[in-house]
Write a protein of this length. Structure first.
Length: 462
């Protein structure tokens, strides 16, 4: 049955239905959910609606399919079912162009490579990889809505929640999605810490006007971890003016924070009130079903299979956050690789016993990183923390700094202190260097992976 071929046209009926929905639901709900449903054809007893993503589809079905069908029955007098087809913006664009059939394999989100990638964003932090559950659906759908209609209903948007719950993933997914369809829009993702140090060094070098101009001319500004701004009054003031400039020209801003804005200390009232404007949404720890779904998603492309039992075991025992789920999984995958065996329940139980027994072990220490990196490169712990700058030491040190930022919650300032009292700019430079290095040197990424596993191992065995 092809919906497009029938002579049934329910587009007017659909318009009418939408009007009723708008009256029945709050404006916020309407904008978030119904505005993005696009009439896509019909037959005698179906209407097809295009939705922007599979998450959106699941959510719509769960929340609104019944109300929509009830309304259709009421208006039409006969039962009409709705069906949803996923039509990403990219696909819609490709369809309009129609000239490039080769790129149509994009539709399943797989041919990632020919997609435009923003240099500041991690490619894996996209909506396709983000699992939506009850714990995060409001935030996730707000993020999707923003990426469809930036600068409108949810501006600014502030996403808050504890460590490892997906704040960075979501804020970057917004950037990724907008970037993939933008033409020359200025999109910036920046950690509050980087924003701060960029601001400070712009003052020191007498180029503050350039800094101001740069951020005040963004079309989309995404600032991660604004709790870092506590006590940084001058930077707060600068951000306040940036905010005003962008807000007044309807440019979208998204912020993340590790707690509700009301709990931030040493924050000026006027900036606080700006953060609280718009939409504030929270991320909660994932429930059991979502944990299972996340683990499945993360093992989709694994070479060595992990049994369902083992996945359930992890989901039952690791309840804190997604980062810990990933850590448990990484531990198992590391083992599976080593012994080249499928992961059964028994193996998972024995491998993860310590991990489950001692939740504190989940916190990776800088010491574990320093020791693992030192061992891997045949150096000593003190070499990495010491002053010597020979290449044989400097490079491993930079890798260790990068890993410390990747795997822990330490700020660059704190990492600097742990690395023998170095300045945070040194740490930032190291991270930048390794990240750039991974783009050009294909051996670096596998090396980082090996090191990450070693660090996990170290943590388990100590
Ligand atoms: P935060 O910034 O809140 O500390 P992150 O965004 O860095 O957390 O998330 C930690 C890890 O967990 C990342 O690897 C991220 O991809 C993953 N993650 C978090 N939430 C989800 C989710 N809902 N689905 C898939 N992966 C997730
Ligand atoms: Mg984060």
């Amino acid at each position: 049955m092809s919906m497009e071929e029938g002579s049934w046209d329910y587009s007017t009926l659909w318009e009418e239905t939408l009007k009723h929905m708008r009256a029945d639901f709050s404006e916020q709900e309407y904008v978030m959910w119904f505005k993005n449903l696009i009439y896509n054809g019909s037959d005698e007893n179906h209407i097809a609606l295009a939705v922007p993503s599979s998450f959106y589809k699941d959510q719509i079905i769960q929340r609104y399919q019944n109300s929509i069908e009830d309304k259709l029955l009421e208006l039409q007098g006969t039962p009409i079912k709705v069906k949803f087809v996923i039509e990403t913006k990219q696909r819609a664009v490709a369809k309009e162009g129609k000239k490039n059939p080769a790129s149509s394999k994009n539709s399943d989100g797989r041919a990632e490579d020919d997609r435009r990638r923003h240099p500041q964003l991690k490619p894996e932090y996209n909506f396709e990889n983000f699992v939506i559950g009850e714990n995060n659906s409001f935030a996730a759908n707000a993020a999707i809505a923003i990426s469809r209609n930036p600068g409108t209903a949810y501006n600014p948007c502030l996403i808050y929640g504890g460590v490892g719950l997906g704040k960075t993933h979501l804020i970057q997914a917004i950037g990724d999605s907008l970037y993939s369809v933008s033409n020359n829009q200025k999109i910036s993702y920046v950690a509050a810490e980087t924003f701060t140090s960029e601001f400070i060094s712009s003052i020191q070098s007498g180029s503050a006007h350039k800094f101001k101009k740069k951020y005040r001319s963004m079309d989309i500004l995404l600032i991660d971890d604004i709790h870092f701004l506590q006590g940084k009054i001058q930077t707060q003031e600068e951000l306040f003016y940036t905010f005003e400039a962008l807000y007044n020209s309807n440019k979208q801003m998204v912020f993340t924070c590790d707690r509700p804005v009301s709990e931030l200390k040493e924050l000026t009232d006027r900036l606080r009130s700006r953060f609280e404007r718009g939409l504030n949404v929270d991320l909660q720890p994932p429930d059991y079903e979502t944990r299972i779904a996340i683990l499945r998603k993360k093992t989709e492309n694994n070479q060595v299979p992990i049994s369902d039992d083992a996945i359930e075991l992890i989901a039952k025992n690791v309840t804190t956050n997604v980062r810990d789920l990933e850590a448990a999984l990484l531990k198992l995958v590391a083992y599976a690789d080593l012994v080249n065996k499928n992961i059964s329940l028994e193996i998972a139980q024995s491998q993860l016993r310590d991990f489950f027994a001692n939740p504190n072990q989940r916190i990776i220490s800088i010491e574990a990183i320093l020791r693992s990196v030192a061992e891997y490169f045949g150096l000593s712990f003190n070499d990495l923390r010491g002053k010597r700058r020979t290449k044989a030491i400097a490079f491993p040190r930079q890798i260790a700094m990068y890993l410390a930022r990747e795997m822990t919650e330490y700020s660059t300032t704190e990492v600097g202190i742990e690395f023998g009292g170095r300045d945070h700019t040194t740490v930032m430079y190291a991270c930048q260097k390794i990240e750039n290095g991974m783009k050009t040197d294909s051996t670096l990424e596998p090396m980082i992976q090996i090191l990450k596993r070693k660090i996990m191992e170290y943590r388990m065995s100590s």
